[in-house]
Design a protein around this ligand. Structure first.
Ligand code: CMP
Length: 164
């Protein structure tokens, strides 16, 4: 009985240590800059912290997507359907598209170095969007920039094939 009590207390305190560690990571993420301490604590509670080795596939084109990822440390390569590639680095996020529209993953994302991530489930993602308007603004800003970049890249491809 007593040992069960200590086991529970220990589990609680290691959970608290993990949450403090996650909070320190969350505080470093530009996506969350400007949020209140309360919001940051909520994100730290909702997010999981995951480390994976280089070469790990984090999202696969065409498969269902259930999480959004924020890169805390490391680098990942995005390969889209037409074969275009782009690198994402510390502070960048990915996996939001499938959560927003429910469609399969639009690209494959692979870790090119050992990588540390914060991972938000679909439920946590929507809860944060509902409760934190500045997060919605930042995600929309990034989506808009990625769309412009994709348009520029396909224009370049069209020009190259017209030159041939
Ligand atoms: P999702 O479609 O859920 O899974 C793959 C992710 O790759 C996608 O969400 C975006 O986060 C990311 N992604 C897709 N296309 C691009 C792009 N052109 N530039 C940067 N990231 C992208």
């Amino acid at each position: 009985m007593l040992s069960e009590y200590f086991r529970r207390r220990q589990a609680k305190s290691s959970q608290a240590i993990r949450n403090r560690f996650k909070l320190a990571l969350v505080e470093k993420v530009p996506l969350f800059a400007g949020l209140s301490g309360r919001d940051l604590q909520k994100i730290a509670r909702l997010a999981a912290e995951v480390e994976t080795p280089a070469g790990m596939k984090l999202a696969t084109l065409g498969e269902a997507g259930r999480e959004m990822f924020i890169i805390v440390e490391g680098e990942a390569l995005v390969t889209t359907q037409p074969g275009r590639t782009t690198y994402l680095r510390s502070g960048d996020f990915f996996g939001e598209m499938s959560l927003l529209d429910g469609d399969p993953r639009s690209a494959t994302v692979e870790a090119t170095t050992p990588i540390r991530l914060l991972v938000l489930s679909r439920g946590a993602f929507w809860q944060l969007l509902d409760e934190t308007p500045s997060l919605v603004h930042k995600i929309m800003h990034t989506l808009s920039q990625r769309l412009r970049q994709a348009e520029r890249s396909s224009l370049d491809l069209d020009r190259k094939s017209a030159d041939r």
